[in-house]
Write a protein that binds this ligand. Sequence first.
Ligand code: NAD
Ligand code: GLY
Length: 366
Amino acid sequence: MKKQNKTLRVELGERSYPIYIGPGLLADAEIYRRHIHNRQVMIVTNETVAPLYLAQVQGALQSFVVETVVLPDGESYKTLAIWDRIFDKLLSSRFGRQSTIIALGGGVIGDMAGFAAACYQRGVNFVQIPTTLLAQVDSSVGGKTGVNHPAGKNMIGAFYQPKCVIADTDTLNTLDDRQLSAGISEIIKYGLIDDPSFFRWLEANMDALLERDPTALTFAIERSCQDKARVVAADELEAGSRALLNLGHTFVHAIEAGLGYGEWLHGEAVAAGMCMAADLSRRIGWLSAEEQERIVTLIKRARLPHEPPRSITAEQFLDLMAVDKKVMDGRVRLILMKAVGESVITDEFDSVKLLETLNEYRSDDL
Ligand code: NAD
Ligand code: GLY
């Protein structure tokens, strides 16, 4: 392997696995041989990523029997109906229980392919090749897989860990700036959850990230994966502390469902959701106005939205937030911030203050 490549580990006992990070990894046949022990390999990708990277992956898999499913591109296709096409292809190709499914794409493909791997013949070998920044720092790590339901985001799914994650940083060269910023949003999230020194590093290095400086990008991916791997290792199935990774997400899922999936990018909704969580954290006296300002400033510098779309009313928000997976005994639970880099899961917030936050972003002329 080339010198500049890094390998981290997600420590989950017998389900532990490596995350390979660096340039040129897609074509590294040795990595595939290490994690694929039988011949049948199904690559799940989409119509945007296939013309860019499928040939490289196929080239590295010449010693295997490789089939491909190319799905339509977009969050609006993350549905049970489209997901079913993976099984049509697996079955028509007569793939057995020893097959491997490879996800080649962003978070949508990773979540759908992973869920297919969890279900096909009750579970087959799975490899993640994330090709967006968001997928490299978040969705490919930790084993959450699934699809959306019209009533709620990611409502149908499974925890299913991959055998490895191959994050080839060269793939980020073809991402557009909007997608890059969406990934940076999840990177900022790790700083806010429990890594204040990473948040400070981001304040100092945001321009380098936006300019795609390879050293800065690689550091940010590594640090994010380390932060995520630590949280996942402590609470794989989200019995408690893993929910911290959902900072802002109760608002996010409401934004995505309220607008229609795909209207805003997930990372964009995360940025607005984190600002809403910061606003509420300040209103309940946890975060200072200066800390809230630091968060909003960094999010604006990352060219991300710092408030939700004004077309969603407070009442709609409350309705949509009630279907969140963190709701317990009918109580909405939120991740709020005691400080930059210190987030907590809580249902102990004044609902009047929540309403104030939701109304903060209402346009008077609606
Ligand atoms: P995405 O998968 O839709 O990818 C974004 C766009 O970039 C798509 O059009 C895709 O085709 C394109 N693309 C992918 N790689 C590319 C490349 N290298 N060059 C050019 N274009 C490329 O979106 P995403 O932001 O990667 O992921 C969002 C999804 O991830 C959401 O469905 C979200 O729910 C999910 N998610 C899951 C987890 C988890 O833990 N499983 C965590 C966060 C987000
Ligand atoms: N993205 C949230 C989690 O993996 O738990």
